[in-house]
Write a protein that binds this ligand. Structure first.
Ligand code: SF4
Ligand code: SF4
Ligand code: SF4
Length: 191
């Protein structure tokens, strides 16, 4: 087997040719890096703006997934930890206990836990939530508005043409950077 020949004493022309080739390859590399960065920058996902959402319930029914990728989220810094949570209880509860008949959520996805009297904590059981926004409406209308909807990216397929975005009457859906995929509620933006 013959070993590949290593060139000795390269000519000026060869040296210049090699230099130009090197510069060209360097520029090509830099351009691809920049292009790569731009491509990364442009990677986006769907998210809904909780301040635009009007709780129309379509998030539960329009997603291509059988159980929507949209789920309710609890903003604990905004929550009033109310004994009578208007996102949890039916507007006309038989009594203020956790019986299914008293709950607003159609699938029992909100867990109520007593804290120090008279406070209660409400947490969302995400796998059970269907994103119907009933609790969100109850909380926005009569409470602190700490329940809100978000597209959960561990479930969302990031469809090119999101069917919920298309049907949303409030144009609440938009593309956001994949590096910051959530549009959260915070105290500062509360009315
Ligand atoms: S479709 Fe739009 S307005 Fe309706 S619940 Fe979803 S985000 Fe809110
Ligand atoms: S009421 Fe609807 S949005 Fe709220 S937790 Fe239950 S299923 Fe989810
Ligand atoms: S992008 Fe697709 S999977 Fe994600 S919320 Fe929209 S319809 Fe559902």
């Amino acid at each position: 087997m013959t070993m590949p020949e290593i060139p000795q004493n390269p000519s000026r022309r060869g040296f210049l040719g090699g230099g130009l080739r090197g510069a060209f390859l360097f520029l090509l590399g830099a351009a691809s890096t920049l292009l790569g960065r731009n491509t990364q920058k442009e990677k986006t996902v769907w998210q809904l703006d909780p301040y635009k959402c009007i709780q129309c319930t379509r998030c539960a029914t329009e997603c291509v997934l059988e159980v929507s990728a949209v789920k309710c989220v609890q903003a604990y810094p905004i929550c009033g930890y109310c004994k009578l949570c208007t996102g949890y209880f039916d507007p006309q509860p038989v009594s203020l206990n956790t019986a299914a008949e008293n709950q607003l959520c159609p699938v029992g996805a909100i867990k109520r836990k007593a804290l120090e009297d008279p406070y209660y904590e409400y947490t969302i059981d995400e796998p059970v939530c269907i994103g119907c926004a009933k609790c969100v409406k109850g909380c926005v209308l009569f409470g602190n508005g700490s329940f809100f909807l978000q597209v959960r990216h561990d479930r969302c397929l990031n469809c090119n043409d999101c069917s919920i975005a298309r049907g949303c009457p409030a144009q609440a859906f938009k593309r956001v950077p994949a590096s910051q995929p959530y549009l959260l509620k915070d105290r500062e933006h509360q009315a």
